[in-house]
Design a protein around this ligand. Structure first.
Ligand code: KIV
Ligand code: ZN
Length: 511
């Protein structure tokens, strides 16, 4: 009998801590449903104490999700734990994840607390969390740089106080596999009551070792891995869910455990997260990159044609690549549209929402004959983005691009309730469009990234544009999609401006 490896997804919490990756409540619910279809065991839905919006999102996910445990993050503070308990009240199965830093540098410089105070606060937090649920996880933050004896002491104390999962984070991605694996083994061996909790790991990717460290921990007794779709997360990200899950599944000769995920949902889930956050997946990314199963060299192609196993260690369809098929077209009706959207996790709350989405679908089908799941996902994301654009909306635009002439653009925006127009010339049509928008808004932001990706293949494909802007140290990503990439670019720029204009009153859990 193999042990079960619990998969704890933190795309909606740590993933959202990637600069610019913030998600709306509806987007979080859509991702949570995709994670539920993937059969993720635990979904960390957010940090309810961060802001009213975060509280509402965790509450909405808790209401919608039935098959996965819904978890909320709380610092080891009464107010955080109470907010999290409250946000999770309606969950079918709820977990509170509380944490406090345990490394000498964090305790001394960040918390300004003695080790004794840290233990007392951790124990009090776990006891308080147990007042809301029997499922309580404790993380000694920066465990990867904490002293072993102190870790053993605090872990023993929180288990005695009622913690049922002990999560060991390599918060700053400093550890290397053999050492991290050894840390897990020693903790399990030395903590006297370790058999009363599941040991978990949460690795960051600063040295590109998050997946390797997580797997080393699993080999040494960890039975929960915290990870994110596409490896999204603070700084260089977290361990990538798809890589951890497929490594364990593919190498069952080595691992004495396996997850119970439906891996055919991996690629759809990865696409959804990428489309919602605007973080494209690099083509050579393991499992979910466009080239992950593509064979370029003639020798490899020949080998695969003769026997797939010559060069493939996994089957593309096992991770969901075969789902890329044409689903709807110009003549599809409302019911077919609704049914497919529901399969993608989009349920329309009201008839008007369905009608609006269907009208968008028909517009798209006029420009593009074959509509794929990715197009439908982009359609919903686009509607969410427009709803988000409170201060600034695109009304109309015209762009001229002609050989031998300087490209120019005229843009009309609705800006704080009034229609305003601007014209500009630029190095190309996109440059001219951004300058025309700037002539109206004068945002004083710095463009950090501009990228275009085609959502599906073919020259009639929709282009999905990501624009990253920076102002005063704050970074936001904007997205837009359209079959016309200049319009998609304008939409992405306007979406980013809307986000940066609004001041953010959101607390970061680890600051
Ligand atoms: O990286 C980290 O230490 C965290 C904790 C809150 C688990 O995200
Ligand atoms: Zn983290």
């Amino acid at each position: 009998m193999k042990d079960k490896l619990i998969i704890f997804d933190t795309t909606l919490r740590d993933g959202e801590q990637s600069p610019g990756a913030s998600m709306t409540k509806d987007e979080k619910v859509r991702i949570a449903k995709a994670l539920e279809r993937l059969r993720v065991d635990v979904i960390e839905a957010g940090f309810p104490r961060a802001s009213r919006g975060d509280f509402d999102s965790v509450q909405a996910v808790a209401r919608e999700i039935k098959d996965s445990i819904v978890c909320g993050l709380a610092r080891a503070l009464d107010a955080d734990i109470d907010a999290t308990g409250e946000a999770l009240k309606e969950a079918n199965a709820a977990r509170i994840h509380t944490f406090i830093a345990t490394s000498p540098i964090h305790m001394e410089k960040k918390l300004r607390m003695s080790p004794d105070q840290v233990v007392t606060q951790a124990v009090a937090a776990v006891k308080r969390a147990r007042g809301y649920t029997n499922d309580v996880e404790f993380s000694p933050e920066d465990a990867g740089r904490s002293e072993l004896d102190f870790l053993c002491r605090i872990i023993e104390a929180v288990i005695a106080a009622g913690a049922t999962t002990i999560n060991i984070p390599d918060t700053v991605g400093y550890n290397v596999p053999h050492q991290f694996g050894e840390l897990i083994r020693k903790l399990i061996e030395r903590v006297p009551n370790s058999d009363r909790a599941v040991f978990s790991v949460h690795c960051h990717n600063d040295l590109g070792l998050a997946v390797a460290n997580s797997l080393a921990a699993v080999l040494n007794g960890a039975r929960q891995v915290e990870c994110t779709i596409n490896g999204l997360g603070e700084r260089a990200g977290n361990a990538s869910l798809e890589e951890v899950v497929m490594a364990v599944r593919t190498r069952q000769d080595i691992f004495r455990c396996d997850s119970s995920l439906d891996t055919t949902q991996i690629v759809p889930c990865s696409r959804l997260v990428s489309s919602i956050t605007g973080f494209p997946v690099q083509p050579n990314k393991a499992i979910v990159g466009a080239n992950a199963f593509a064979h370029e060299s003639g020798i490899h192609q020949d080998g695969v044609l003769k026997s797939r196993e010559t060069y493939e260690i996994m089957r593309a369809e096992d991770v969901g690549w075969s789902t890329n098929r044409m689903v709807l077209g110009k003549h599809s009706g409302r019911n077919a549209f609704r049914a497919r959207m529901e399969q993608l996790g989009v349920v329309f709350a009201a008839e008007e929402d369905l009608n609006a989405a269907f009208a968008r679908f028909k517009d798209l089908a006029d420009k593009k004959h074959e509509i794929y799941d990715e197009d439908l996902q982009a359609l919903v994301t686009e509607a969410d983005l427009e709803a988000e654009n409170e201060n600034l909306q695109l009304v109309a635009m015209k762009v001229c691009s002609e050989t031998g002439e300087i490209p120019c653009a005229s843009v009309t925006l609705m800006y704080n309730g009034a229609e305003c127009s601007g014209n500009a010339e630029g190095g190309g049509p996109v440059d001219a469009t951004f300058k025309a928008i700037e002539s109206i808004v004068n945002s004083q932001t710095e463009l950090q990234l501009y990228s275009v990706n085609n959502i599906t293949s073919g020259t009639d494909a929709q282009g999905e544009v990501t624009v990253r802007l920076e102002k005063g140290g704050r970074i936001v990503n904007g997205q837009g999609s359209d079959t016309d990439i200049v319009i998609a670019s304008a939409k992405a720029y306007i979406n980013a401006l809307n986000k940066i204009i609004v001041p953010m009153d959101r607390a970061h859990p680890q600051v």
